[in-house]
Design a binder for this molecule. Structure first.
Ligand SMILES: O=C([O-])CC(=O)C(=O)O
Ligand SMILES: [Mg+2]
Length: 417
């Protein structure tokens, strides 16, 4: 990042007031009468109603359109474990995205928890305040148990964005890329470099989308995860293969798909050259990918390449998912975000990528041609169709799969924001 960009980023956060969010009122609070309704004595009436029937909290408070973005700061972006306070700009940023893209009110909560159990306890204790909980930037393997425990304990949807948001966008892009390359997910050999939260969730969702487990080779920093390894936890153990392959060099030979969720420059040109014809390379490490797009395209002209970055084609980023999946889930008061809702989000994302791109979106990307193909496998985050299409698909799937507590919303499809 240049000095000028660095300063611009700091100024963006400092001005015009520190941070990126504020709270605004939705009701009048000018007169004595206003105040007697907003607060004492009027406020006692909704209190009594909610005490009698908790569902009325959705009628008399902002709970139903309020999502908490909660982190312990243990895996901030690709920056690592920098603690809860340092994660606040990211969490405020996620809240900004909830509001900007899906009209959802969101607050960031950074938890200074000495143990995963205390983190779970803290979140479980405050969950009642919110319509949903978006867990963010929590390191593996703790994030798996934390999410499982909170799904169990909370009455509202709990979603670890770095696992499922990332996985949904990855799988949508992957299925579109496979179509373009003329390959079927059932047939392809997949190498996943990385074994953290995003890697595990991506591979699980690839299985749900049709990939075969015996065709997936996962690697951590020590190499291929195989059945002879004694140094891996149970979560990695799920991916252990009975194989002689030990290194990325072994695994990449003839592979159709490389999925990188690890670190910068870990895939060499020689390794890319050894992949099968018409390969797919998702080099999603942020901010620096496993192989630079320049080097990858110099090495082969038959590949489809995606990264996590917005300054190259095919950005894989969970912003394409989390605002809209929560929109759909909140609007049908879903009790959880299940597999059917995730698969519906994938299909909606895939479909939008096939449609002609609105001029306003193209103009925001320097006026370049955007049409379904190797350089455009996913919609852009500013595409106004994401909100109506993804939310509708998710809400319908929630209703059909029995996760919804309300019927499909009458006010759908939503108008773009
Ligand atoms: O914030 C982003 O751009 C994507 C994300 O969740 C992460 O890297 O942890
Ligand atoms: Mg994240």
């Amino acid at each position: 990042m240049t000095d000028a960009m660095r300063q611009a980023a700091l100024d963006y956060h400092a001005l015009p007031t520190p941070g990126k969010l504020s709270v605004e009122l939705t009701t009048p609070a000018q007169t004595q009468e206003d105040l007697s309704l907003a607060y004492s004595p009027g406020v006692a009436e909704p209190v009594r109603e909610i005490a009698k029937d908790p569902e009325t909290a959705y009628l008399y408070t902002g709970k139903g359109n309020l999502v908490a973005v909660i982190s312990d700061g243990s895996a901030i972006l690709g920056l690592g474990n920098l603690g809860p306070l340092a994660s606040k700009p990211v969490m405020e940023g996620k809240s900004l995205l909830f509001k900007r893209f899906a009209g959802i009110n969101s607050v960031d909560i950074e938890v200074d928890a000495p143990s995963p159990e205390q983190f779970i306890q803290t979140v479980a204790n405050i969950a009642v305040s919110f319509g949903g909980i978006n867990l963010e930037d929590i390191k593996a393997p703790e994030c798996f148990h934390i999410e499982e425990a909170l799904i169990e304990r909370c009455q509202v949807p709990v979603f670890h964005d770095d696992q499922h948001g990332t996985a949904i966008v990855t799988v949508a892009g992957m299925l579109n890329a496979l179509d373009i390359q003329g390959k079927r997910i059932e047939d392809v050999r997949i190498v996943c470099l990385g074994a953290g939260a995003a890697a595990t969730a991506c591979c699980k969702l690839l299985l749900a989308a049709g990939a075969r487990k015996e065709q997936i080779t996962m690697l951590d920093s020590r190499g291929v995860i195989h059945s002879g390894r004694t140094d891996i936890n149970a979560y990695k153990g799920e991916w252990a293969r009975d194989t002689d392959m030990r290194t990325l060099d072994d695994a990449i030979d003839g592979a159709d798909v490389f999925l990188g969720v690890s670190g910068p420059d870990l895939l060499s040109a020689d390794q890319l050259a050894k992949m099968a014809p018409r390969p797919i390379v998702f080099a999603c490490s942020n901010p620096n990918p496993e192989i630079s797009p320049e080097l990858a395209h110099r090495t082969r002209d038959d590949l489809i390449m995606a990264t996590g970055r917005s300054d190259y084609p095919n950005q894989v980023n969970n912003v394409l998912c989390f605002p809209f999946i929560f929109r759909g889930a909140l609007d049908v008061r879903a009790v959880r975000i299940n597999e059917a809702m995730k698969l519906a989000a994938i299909e909606a994302l895939r479909k939008i990528a096939h449609l002609p791109v609105p001029d306003a979106v193209r103009e925001g990307y320097g006026g370049i041609e955007l049409a379904f193909g190797p350089e455009y496998i996913l919609p852009k985050p500013t595409d106004p169709r994401l909100l109506p299409e993804v939310a509708a698909a998710v809400a319908q799937a929630a209703v059909d799969s029995g996760a919804a507590r309300l019927p499909y919303p009458q006010h759908y499809p939503l108008a773009p924001l």
